[in-house]
Structures are given as C-alpha cells and as structure tokens.
Design a binder for this molecule. Structure first.
Ligand SMILES: Cc1ncc(COP(=O)(O)O)c(C=O)c1O
Length: 382
C-alpha cells in the first residue's frame, strides 16, 4: 500500500475547507492543528459515499461503533473490552466532559499532566472545575511525585477530584508504559481520585512501541477511557467516539444520560466502523510514513535548527519543539507565523513547560515538512 502521506499536493490541500487550511492565507504552511494531510482509507471513503448514496443519513446505531472498536482493540492491543458496557459519545472531549461530570462536582479539581492538549484546560474550566497541574518530569515522562502532590492538593478538605490522563501524551508523544501507568493509577486510587483516560492517539504508537489501554490494567479497573478512530484515520470531521469503562467503572458509565449519545454523527459511526474493521493496512502504511517523517524531521532539525531541543515522540504525529535557545520569545509559534510563514501550535497553552515551545504536526508530506523546516531555519537565521 502507498504511503498515505504522499497523497494530496499543496494545491489540493489549499482547496480544503477545514480550519487548518482556512485560518491562514495561502502563503502560510499550516502545521498546527492535529489534522493530517491525508485522504482517508479507501474502505472509509466507500462506506461514507455508499451511505450517502443509499440515503442512509439518519441517526447513529451505537453497536456498529462499539463492536468494531472491541474487534480493533483485540487485534491491535490484545484487549477485548465488552462492547455492551461502552457508551457512544459525540467526540472525545465531550465524552471527557460527561465522565468528569460523573466523577466531580462544580468547583472540584481535575489533575492533568502538563504540557498537555490545551482543551484539557478549556473544557475543564467551562465545566466549572479547576485544573491542578502535575507536570511531566524532566525526562518528559509521567512523574509520580508531581502526581502525588497534585492528588493531595486536589483532594484537600475531602473534595472529590478526577485525573485526566493523556495516553499517549499530546504534545510530547510519550506512550506511557504499564509500569508508569500503574504507578500513577495507584497514587490516584490512594487519594480516591477517579481516572479518565483520553486515548484518542492510541493507534498511533510507532513501530516497536506498545500502547497500553489504561482500562486493561488491574490498577485501571475503575478508570474510564475515551477512544475514537478520528486521529489515527483523520476523521475529525466525522464526529463520533466511545467511552470504555474498566471492569469496575461499568455502573458509573451507565449513569451517563442516554441523550449524550445523540450527539455522535451517524456518518461518523459508519466511517469509524469502516476504519476499525477494514483500515488496518492503511493504518500500517501510515505508521511507516510517520516513522519516516519522524526520522526526516530529526535529520532536518539537526542540520538546519541544531539548537532546537526535541525528544523523538514514541507515538502520534506531533513533535514538541523547544525553541528557547533561539530567543523567539515565550511563544515561538507567534513569531514564526510572521517571520517564517509557518503555523505551529503555540506552546504556552499546553500549561507548565509550554513556554518557549511549539508543536509541529508532521502528519504531512515529506516535501511540506522539508519546506516548513527550511522556512523556519531561514527565519531564525541559523
Ligand atoms: C489528546 C486529544 N484529545 C482529544 C482531541 C480532540 O478529539 P475530539 O475531536 O474527538 O474531541 C485531540 C485532537 O487533537 C487530542 O489530541
């Protein structure tokens, strides 16, 4: 199978109507939002087009999604969660919100491991909860010490609290190991803090790296995971996701109101099902392409931007770049947008550890990646 990242050229990409390609003018190369420059797998295209053609544009049927996810999880991760216990949700972040609503009350705290996906802060705040940061360690990995401190602070005076884990971690691409996960899950349990795991990037663990679903671990039995085919198969515009409870969280998840499932798109469910059941070869080809891009990016940075500090991600199509040595200010993405005409995702919104950083999406063609790094290097004069 061809590398999906070699797909559309710049002209076809500029014709897209998505925010990635609309927000900035045609002179800007957009490598910010987590949307890849690929065309979906052929079985996904076929499933959606066939559905539209037969007028199958009504309301979603949840088992189509939950059963396909169980089958994919079995094949990829050797884990078979029970589809009957899962809940269809509109998308991952709205699923996170519903589970946080179960586990916490207004004013309660939600622990997050920063730097982390900025909507973790925004959605928690708009739900009326407060964020307590447990920064990753200097090695970019989960740090049991900060998690313990954060759980202690979050539950002071007997308040309920939740812990929103990002597995794999956006933006660093760390794929947490069973030992790392078990350590922080046990700490959370000791404080009575319930765990919600955002596992949207799960299928994007790079070759040789093993993804571990939180709810598959004994220490994750009371956790709820949110999963979706949207990142790995580039289906963000076809909204649907699933909440998966650990064996001891089944009754909790059953309390999510049934109407929450109404927000998922029927065409989304059809697309995600096709991706999970028939998109394996496309995903494997994508993962090879991402691996090649990851190596290319490492080489380009070493040659052209040697002062950028960067730890190779173990998963995702995201690279977390530390521009501090280039003196581009606290938000290098803002500076580079003007000077290099490259849009990266601003680091400061990722919380502690975000200053001086920017996130680059390498889910694009090698040609665009080369051009982007070349423009940045020219702009910083290195
Ligand atoms: C960690 C993480 N969670 C959630 C999302 C958004 O998912 P959804 O559109 O299903 O809410 C993203 C998108 O980039 C993400 O990186």
């Amino acid at each position: 199978m061809d590398n999906p990242l070699d797909g559309p050229g710049l002209e076809a990409l500029h014709a897209r109507r998505s925010v990635k390609w609309r927000l900035y003018g045609p002179d800007v190369l957009p490598l910010w939002v987590a949307e890849m420059d690929v065309v979906p797998a052929e079985p996904v295209q076929r499933a959606v087009v066939d559905a539209v053609r037969r007028g199958d544009t009504g309301y979603p049927w949840a088992p189509d999604y939950t059963e396909a996810l169980a089958s994919f999880a079995g094949d990829r991760w050797g884990w078979r969660p029970d589809p009957a216990t899962m809940s269809l949700v509109p998308d991952v972040m709205l699923g996170v919100v519903e589970v946080l609503r179960l586990f916490t009350s207004p004013g309660d705290a939600v622990v997050v491991n920063s730097p982390v996906y900025p909507p973790f802060f925004q959605f928690v705040h708009s739900l009326g909860r407060r964020v307590v940061e447990a920064p990753l360690g200097a090695d970019g990995r989960l740090d049991p010490v900060t998690v313990e401190d954060a759980c202690a602070s979050a539950t002071r005076e007997g308040a309920r609290a939740a812990y929103l884990l990002c597995n794999p971690q956006n933006p660093t691409g760390a794929v947490h190991t069973p030992a790392e996960l078990t350590a922080v899950l046990e700490i959370a349990a000791a404080f009575g803090v319930r765990v919600v795991a955002d596992e949207i990037h799960a299928p994007l663990a790079h070759p040789g790296v093993r993804f571990t679903p939180v709810a598959s671990l004994p220490a994750g039995a009371r956790a709820v995971s949110l999963m979706s085919a949207s990142k790995a198969f580039n289906l963000a515009g076809l909204k649907a996701a699933v909440a998966v409870p650990g064996p001891e969280a089944v009754d909790d998840l059953a309390r999510v109101p049934e109407e929450v499932s109404h927000g998922a798109s029927h065409l989304g469910v059809i697309a995600h099902r096709a991706a999970y059941l028939e998109g394996g070869p496309w995903l494997d080809a994508l993962l090879e392409g991402l691996e090649a891009n990851r190596l290319l990016l490492g080489d380009l940075l070493a040659e052209q931007l040697p002062l950028v500090r960067y730890r190779e991600p173990q998963g995702t199509f995201l690279a977390w770049l530390d521009f501090s040595a280039y003196d581009l200010g606290p938000d290098p993405a803002a500076t580079l947008l003007g000077r290099a005409k490259v849009a990266l995702h601003p680091g400061p919104g990722f919380g502690h550890g975000g200053t001086g950083h920017a996130r680059l999406n390498f889910g694009t063609s090698p040609a665009i990646l080369r051009e982007a790094v070349g423009r940045i290097a020219a702009a910083v004069g290195s």
